[in-house]
Design a protein around this ligand. Structure first.
Ligand code: DAH
Length: 339
């Protein structure tokens, strides 16, 4: 067979050589690139050719050598990368990753408060964070220029609107739009112009409670709040009510629970009193009912407002409010909720 024909056949062999494994690569290398390879044999034959044939065949022989080298290099790369690919292949039968995110502690406690009150018939209602003077103050019996407005340092937006300073504004909105019986809680963010410290923040969360019906008494209020404290802190919790003042309730009170941190023995969280205040409450003032077109001769009701941050600090033994807003994962990852 002449040399030209042999080169053509070898070209075809190189092109069709199966090169999908390391073993195949190695036998290709030995056959076409190794120290005793087939192409070398052709170069030996080439040397014997008469000079006029050498010119043409020299070129195609060199080309053959190059083709073998390129084919080998490319095949080597693709065998390597397909190896890597199969190493990373997704195993879809594996269980899903277990590193799930966690709920913010404020959300965990808010959800828990909602569940506790839902069990005794309270619905959840919401209102806007930007409020007008009527809903945040006037309808709640804070007269214009009355010093009680100074109880809460307000962020005003303009003459007519402010960021709500408490969720009591939602009481008014609910009473305006619905007829008794009303039994609802309103969780949400509130805003006050306060210097930020371990004990105060300009944004925090409250839950407002409202119950309006015929014949509602202070005894009903005490009972539902005692039930709430037991559900949240355990059956052994102690509660106490102290007289207080709020413009929208009469009579008004504040409720303390026995300190969850020291069990009532006294610590720096409860300032060595054994009790911590968690909410304000009272019987809805008849004039507030009238402001919302509810007949105060027929209906009575109670209201309460609690701070979620305070409850969360007590429940988990957290002593700095700022931690809730810093979003440090080392803090957040410590909280787990069932729901
Ligand atoms: N709104 C009050 C506050 O922000 C809390 C409060 C007290 C709400 C007594 C009430 C209540 O509904 O009856 O401090």
């Amino acid at each position: 067979m002449d040399l030209k024909k042999t080169i053509e056949l070898m070209n075809a062999e190189i092109a069709s050589f199966e090169l999908q494994s390391n073993e195949a690569l190695e036998s290709f290398r030995i056959r076409f690139l190794g120290s005793k390879n087939k192409i070398k044999d052709l170069f030996v034959q080439f040397k014997e050719l008469p000079p006029d044939e050498k010119k043409e065949l020299g070129q195609i022989l060199n080309q053959l050598k190059k083709t073998a080298e390129t084919r080998f290099e490319e095949a080597k790369k693709s065998v390597g990368s397909s190896k890597k690919k199969s190493g990373n292949k997704l195993d879809l039968s594996l269980p899903a990753p277990t590193e799930l995110g966690s709920r913010h502690p404020i959300s965990i406690v808010r959800n828990e408060v909602e569940e506790i009150f839902a069990r005794v018939g309270f619905t959840v209602s919401e209102g806007p964070e930007i409020e007008d003077d009527w809903h945040n103050f006037s309808a709640l019996n804070f007269p214009e220029d009355h010093p009680a407005r100074d109880m809460q340092d307000t962020f005003f937006i303009n003459d007519d609107f402010a960021l709500r300073t408490h969720t009591s504004s939602v009481q008014i909105r609910v009473m305006e739009r619905s007829n008794p019986p009303i039994r609802t809680i309103s969780p949400g963010r509130v805003f006050r112009n306060e210097a930020i410290s371990a004990r105060a923040h300009c944004i925090f969360h409250q839950v407002e409670g409202l119950y309006i019906d015929k014949g509602v008494s202070f005894a009903d209020l005490k009972q539902v709040l005692y039930y709430f404290a037991q559900e949240l802190f355990g059956q052994d919790v102690q509660v106490r009510f102290r007289p207080s003042y709020f413009p929208f309730t009469e009579p008004s009170a504040e409720m303390d629970v026995s300190c969850n941190i020291c069990g009532g023995k006294g610590c720096n969280i409860c300032k060595y009193t054994g009790y911590v205040e968690i909410l304000g409450c009272g019987m809805v003032d008849p004039s507030v009912l009238e402001n919302c077109n509810i007949d105060s001769e027929v209906y009575s009701g109670y209201a309460f407002g609690l701070g979620i941050e305070r409850l969360t600090m007590l429940k988990y033994g957290i002593n700095d409010l700022r931690l809730f807003f810093e979003n440090d994962v080392r803090f957040l990852a410590q909280f787990r909720s069932e729901g």
